[in-house]
Design a protein around this ligand. Structure first.
Ligand code: NAP
Length: 483
């Protein structure tokens, strides 16, 4: 299958924090690929901004090295790279000072799409938004994109929302959760709402439980100080896992429209029951396999921040009553994998002798490493020997199913193109973020007040023993964490 690339309108995109890690690794490489695919028009402009003083040539050299490092095969695309460098401008600007704003204004054109990407610390979102507005750089049509973390609790998220809304309308604000830009996540919506097959089964009558796993092999080395203020609940569950849960659990929106989709997601978050302490396990990896412990990367050797969390979540509505969602995420685990597994109930009558031993039907939606979908079914074991049952998978890896002509986009580049198109469907709305914090805050307060200490787990394992018990207690098992 060859993908259709639909060009976007000409744009001026300002990237604040253009010299930072995220811009180098994701934003600039993603934009380069969109120019190579001819989705981004050549008369667009990318205006980089940061405090550092730099000439245009020095900036071009910095971008060239980022692209060569992070886009496989870019060194062979010399002509494309030279063309791309022509759309770049650089302005030295201090978010909260006077310098640079006039020069920035000079690069912006009145008649093209205008977007400001804030790839900087959230502590300066407010200052940048206010400067853009008061100095007349923000027009009623321009868009502002902000990175995570969007707050560390409800109060800080509300303050950030107030800062942004002081200068921009909600319809102009694009809060990024890059998980929503993944091909499979959008395919989850296509799978559920473009096929008649699943909807009759998509409820507690037919689904026993749902498992959502985001496992990382890497630890926190190099990010210890940042991560220690956050932990797995704030860094992963409140945003990424919550988004996956919402897309799995939500009602079909009446149309594929940003507010219709986001209204349904908010309803799911508001239907979440508080998580009981007994339904939650926090973990922290110890030293092992030649690796330092989590605590060794923290500034506080007695840190109680969790590098792993597992929990049982109930969605209190008609569709999901009696079907728990088990969420888990952690660092330094056995493999890097992200998936949503829908475990169906057993047939009501066990007619074959060895049926009870079968794991039953499961639909597994894989986000990484190989995006794709697997349906686990029960079949007759081939060959002689009577009627014995076995497990077989109907597998679809997108890369194989869609073939070599497919233009596989990284989540960031897809999301940036959506910003230019003015489509907010895959971005979090302000009330959605606040609802997620309103759910997460009491859970965090409860363990903080109780002085809960995380359970230790070995690097390269599946997490702490207690997390296994969380499932065993309910007569269920986690799926293996494997690549
Ligand atoms: P970073 O490497 O620390 O870069 C920060 C950027 O901001 C630099 O370009 C810096 O350049 C600029 N900057 C700092 N203070 C400024 C000011 N007062 N005025 C103007 N520019 C200023 O950070 P990052 O890792 O790229 O992260 C950027 C944002 O993305 C953060 O919100 C982060 O949480 C989020 N994020 C990052 C990742 C990731 O993988 N890195 C993933 C998800 C989300 P100067 O020092 O020259 O000003």
């Amino acid at each position: 299958m060859v993908s259709r690339v639909i060009p976007v309108d000409t744009f001026d995109l300002v990237i604040f924090g253009v010299t930072g890690d995220l811009a180098r690794r994701k934003i600039l490489p993603g934009l380069f690929r969109r120019f190579v695919m001819q989705q981004a028009p050549k008369d667009s402009r990318i205006i980089g901004a940061a405090r550092s003083e730099m000439t245009q040539d020095e900036f071009a050299a910095l971008v060239r090295s980022a692209i060569e490092e992070f886009v496989p095969g870019a060194a062979d695309k010399k002509k494309d790279l030279d063309e791309f460098l022509k759309v770049l401008r650089y302005v030295s600007i201090d978010a909260s000072g006077d310098k640079g704003w006039r020069a920035l204004n000079g690069h912006l054109r009145p008649d093209v799409v205008r977007a400001f990407y804030l790839s900087v610390s959230p502590s300066i979102f407010g200052a940048i938004a206010a400067n853009l507005s008061t100095r007349g750089l923000a027009t009623p049509e321009s868009r502002i994109v902000v990175e995570k973390p969007f707050g560390r609790d409800l109060a800080t998220a509300k303050a950030l929302n107030a800062d942004l809304r002081g200068s921009f309308e909600e319809s102009q604000i694009y809060r990024i959760d890059h998980y929503l830009g993944k091909e499979t996540v959008q395919n989850l919506m296509a799978l559920r709402f473009a096929n008649a097959l699943w909807e009759p089964l998509w409820n507690s009558t037919h689904i026993d439980h749902v498992q959502i796993t985001v496992a990382e092999r890497l630890g926190v080395a190099g990010r210890g100080a940042y991560y220690d203020k956050s932990g797995a609940m704030r860094d992963m569950v409140q945003n990424h896992l919550m988004q996956l849960l919402c897309l799995t659990a939500m009602e079909p929106p009446s149309r594929f429209d940003p507010n219709a989709v986001r209204d349904e997601k908010v309803k799911v978050i508001e239907a979440l029951e508080p998580v009981r302490a007994a339904d939650l396990v926090r973990g922290q990896y110890r030293a092992g396999q030649g690796d330092a412990s989590y605590a060794a990367h923290s500034e506080n050797p007695a840190t109680t921040t969790e590098s792993y969390i597992a929990m049982k979540v109930n969605v209190a509505n008609w569709r999901w009553s009696g079907t728990p969602f088990y969420l888990r995420t952690g660092k330094k685990l056995r493999a890097r994998t992200s998936e949503i597994a829908i475990q169906f109930r057993n047939p009501p009558h066990m007619m074959f002798p060895d049926m009870a031993r079968q794991k039953g039907n499961a639909l597994i939606i894989r986000l990484q490493p190989d995006e794709g979908i697997t349906l686990r079914t029960t079949i007759k074991e081939p060959g002689p020997g009577g009627m014995r049952l076995a497990e077989a998978s109907l597998d679809m890896t997108f890369a194989e199913a869609l073939g070599p002509g497919m233009d596989t986009q990284d989540a960031y580049e897809r999301l940036i193109m959506d910003v230019i198109r003015g489509n907010q469907t895959l971005f979090m709305r302000g009330d959605e973020v606040e609802a997620a914090w309103a759910w997460a805050d009491p859970i965090i307060s409860e363990w903080t007040e109780a002085g809960n200490k995380p359970s230790a787990y070995d690097p390269g394992s599946s997490g702490p023993e207690d997390a296994l018990m969380l499932m065993h207690r309910d007569g269920r098992r986690w799926r293996e964490i494997e690549t």
